[in-house]
Design a protein around this ligand. Structure first.
Ligand code: GLU
Length: 380
């Protein structure tokens, strides 16, 4: 391959656990059949990466795409029930092919189907992590897809780019590789000519304007969702590579030969955000919102303090103690998230009050509304 040496290769080479996401257009052809020669290349690449001592979690699309082929449906149906049926048929076919192809390299595979809802519940999130940890220890490759059959719109990840971000966070991965059928992230120059961006240091609004929409017949993602994925992982200190999965040998070239193929998105901060805070920031779904005054914003954002009832102005939604809630300014704009120590009823009663008043009202010792360790600042 003619790709140049990766000047930031250390970031990539030091990753011991990585998530590789493969899109429908890499895995299937125009007639909705699984492209077995591409799958063989992918399997070969992943096997070599595993043999180099790294751990890999594969996030795969292609269930709906492959299902269309098996069912002999010429185009992607519009209604959810038919899409889910196609996914149910195609997922089996997909896993069968992976199991058979990886077995040739002596690698066992395990199917993990997740929904957005699973990730939002801490217990189920923890269960998924435990299961995948055991699989990795046992040297079995976890193969993850969205559980398309049960995922309805409001609880969908929407596309597997988003799913791969959550899996990277869940498993504390040090690198996310997204394989698609384009060469990487492209910008347009003044004359409208496209040029590949090899390294993205920061995702600016200008870069986002080059992303465009999704709109492929069988896949869901598109460049906009790739950039969203890059934003979410890099914000947590995880680098991401977007590369062309139809190029033979792309994975080994990037991971074993230190070539820069596609686009490398550099991590935003120097530090990786701890797993629990990543869940708070990106995965959990807030049950309600707490609107706070400017003094509280200052204490939380600038001074790194906990949220106290005295700074709370308004309480929205219905939440219990221990739920994840949004913390917003008085206009309702969210700037932080955290785990709340009061029910919404109790918090409505004690908002604006100081500790002594809370104690006499509730008859028990006052607590922080959200403790600093269970709070993550999203912006500010
Ligand atoms: N879960 C879908 C499938 O396997 C893919 C979603 C996507 O294309 O990102 O067909």
């Amino acid at each position: 391959m003619s790709d140049s040496v990766n000047p930031m290769g250390g970031l990539v080479q030091s990753a011991r656990r990585l998530v590789v996401k493969v899109g429908t257009r890499v895995l299937t052809n125009q007639t909705h059949q699984l492209d077995l020669s591409r799958i063989d290349q992918l399997v070969e690449g992943i096997s070599r990466v595993l043999n180099s001592g790294r751990q890999v979690i594969l996030v795969t699309s292609g269930a709906i795409g492959a299902g269309l082929g098996v069912l002999r449906w010429g185009s992607k149906p519009k209604d959810v029930a038919h899409l889910q049926a196609a996914a149910a048929v195609g997922q089996g076919r997909l896993m069968h092919v992976y199991a058979e192809r990886f077995a040739r390299h002596g690698i066992g595979v395990a199917q993990i189907l997740l929904t957005r809802d699973d990730m939002s519940h801490r217990q189920r999130y923890a269960n998924a992590r435990q299961t995948m940890r055991v699989l990795l220890e046992e040297k079995i490759l976890p193969v993850v897809n969205e559980n398309d059959t049960v995922a309805v719109d409001e609880i969908r990840f929407g596309d597997n780019d988003e799913l791969s971000v959550h899996v990277a966070h869940l498993m504390d991965a040090q690198l996310l590789v997204i394989l698609t059928d384009v060469d990487g992230f492209e910008r347009r120059d003044g004359k409208g000519k496209r040029e590949l961006v090899p390294i993205v240091k920061r995702i600016t609004p200008e870069l986002e304007s080059f992303a465009g929409g999704a709109g492929q017949p069988t896949s869901t993602g598109g460049m906009a969702s790739k950039l969203q994925a890059a934003k979410k992982v890099t914000a947590c200190g995880i680098p991401m590579i977007l590369a062309n999965g139809t190029k033979p040998g792309v994975l080994t070239s990037i991971l074993l030969e230190n070539r820069l193929s596609g686009t490398l998105f550099l991590p935003a901060g120097k530090e990786r955000i701890a797993a629990r805070k990543r869940w708070l920031a990106f995965t959990g779904r807030p049950a309600g919102a707490i609107l706070v005054d400017s003094g509280a914003i200052e204490a939380l954002v600038a001074k790194g303090r906990s949220l106290l009832a005295s700074g709370v102005r308004k309480v929205d939604g219905s939440f219990r103690r221990g739920d994840l809630v949004s913390v917003c300014d008085e206009k309702g704009e969210e700037f932080a998230r955290g785990v709340v120590n009061y029910t919404q009823e109790d918090l409505s009663r004690i908002k604006g009050l100081r500790s002594e008043a809370i104690e006499s009202l509730l008859g028990r010792k006052a607590q922080e509304v959200i403790h600093r360790d269970s709070l993550v600042i999203l912006k500010g």
